[in-house]
Ligand binder design. Structure first.
Ligand code: G6P
Length: 370
């Protein structure tokens, strides 16, 4: 087993550390940076359907649903088409209004999640076109889909998803970019900018893994006894706040909530006291100033602030007790970086608490029954 883990103590840590490679693998062969060319053959296969679609519906569960939520922001911004994100378990029982003008994107690591699978079967019966973003080659969802793109993250053993999630984000970014190009809703300059930003990600993840570990371990030690955690972010980083909270719950059994940073005033702020760690994603993007003012609101109520910030940040530094630094990137790409310290934070808190991080209690890697 030690050999399988490649010298790492757990599969989860190994898989977190594989991300510079798996992120690269998910765009390798699809992205030509020099020529600013992007190939996603699965998308070509349903191109006419996509261009005619009134809306795109993303269906998924768990961590894959978080990737889908981020894709809603991305696709709407870049492609100017309506996107809805649905929990498969809700969607399948709602008798959703669908016809041959709808395109469904299914996001699934295993390709075997029962609710997602049945939701897709129902959608296909109503004439909708299904595009699968799946990790496991030849899985049920991959076979059911009319077209798709594999995430190429390799086998994921840790029950809590890490490298499969970042690979899903990459493929969804490629999908959004490609569709935007086809629709003519992105300028060639912006396209090139985004392609370059994506191409830089593997090295930037490597930088986080090389430079932030000690700090993350320190924060994990400091807060391992917390009863609750709050994770807050806005815009493209709201789904990352949700994912940060989910990871912590799964691995450490500490109660955590992810919330849109401004929406916390409508409830979660009542939980804030000198014991509550509040993790902000406060990277440099158009939401930054707003996030900083949300941080001030938490600080005024004596919450313990931890912030994921961009390299060189000077403002958040004066507010947060602990900073987890990520390299600067484009706002559309930067969530790929922001999630890495959050994965590591959950991992190290789980390890501090001596829990079975690779196989948390009650969870299954793939939920094949409803
Ligand atoms: C389970 C796993 C999660 C995963 C979810 C969806 O709950 O523990 O890690 O995100 O299922 O699985 P899928 O394979 O469809 O992405």
């Amino acid at each position: 087993a030690a050999i399988e883990k490649g010298g790492y103590e757990h599969f989860m840590l190994k898989e977190i550390f594989e991300q510079p490679q798996t992120i690269y693998d998910s765009f390798r062969g699809r992205l030509d940076v020099e020529q600013a060319r992007l190939t996603l053959s699965g998308l070509d296969a349903i191109q006419d359907k996509l261009l005619a679609a009134r809306r795109i519906i993303i269906v998924a569960c768990g961590t894959s649903w978080h990737a889908g939520l981020l894709a809603e922001y991305l696709i709407e911004e870049l492609c100017r088409v309506n996107v809805e994100v649905e929990y498969a378990s809700e969607f399948r029982y709602r008798n959703p209004i669908l016809d041959e003008n709808d395109v469904i994107i299914a996001v699934s690591q295993s390709g075997e999640t029962a609710d997602t699978l049945v939701a897709l079967e129902n959608a296909k019966k109503k004439g909708a076109t299904v595009f699968g973003i799946v990790n496991v080659v030849g899985s049920s969802i991959a076979r059911l889909a009319d077209a798709g793109a594999y995430t190429h993250a390799g086998p994921e053993i840790g029950v809590a998803s890490t490298k499969a999630f970042t690979a899903q984000l990459v493929v969804l970014q490629l999908f959004a970019l490609k569709l935007a190009q086809l629709k003519g809703t992105v300028s060639p300059e912006r396209f090139t900018e985004l392609v370059k930003a994506l191409h830089a990600v593997p090295e930037q993840v490597e930088w986080i893994l090389n430079n932030q570990l000690d700090r993350i371990k320190e924060v994990a030690r400091k807060y391992r006894g917390a009863r609750d955690f709050l994770f807050l972010g806005r815009g493209y980083n709201f789904p990352i706040a949700l994912e940060g909270a989910l990871k912590l719950k799964e691995i450490s059994y500490i109660h955590a909530e992810g919330y849109p940073a401004a929406e916390m005033k409508h409830g979660p702020i009542a939980l804030v006291d000198e014991h509550l760690p509040v993790v902000f994603i406060a990277t440099k993007d158009p939401f930054y100033e707003k996030v900083v003012s949300n941080m001030q609101e938490i600080k005024a109520r004596k919450g313990r602030l931890v912030a994921v910030v961009s390299e060189g940040d000077k403002v958040a530094e004066t507010l947060a007790e602990d900073l987890l630094v990520v390299p600067q990137s484009d706002e559309l790409i930067s969530p790929l970086l922001a999630v890495i310290p959050l994965q590591l934070l959950s991992y190290y808190i789980g390890v501090e608490l001596q829990l079975d991080v690779d196989k948390p209690r009650n969870l299954a890697k793939s939920v094949t029954v409803e």
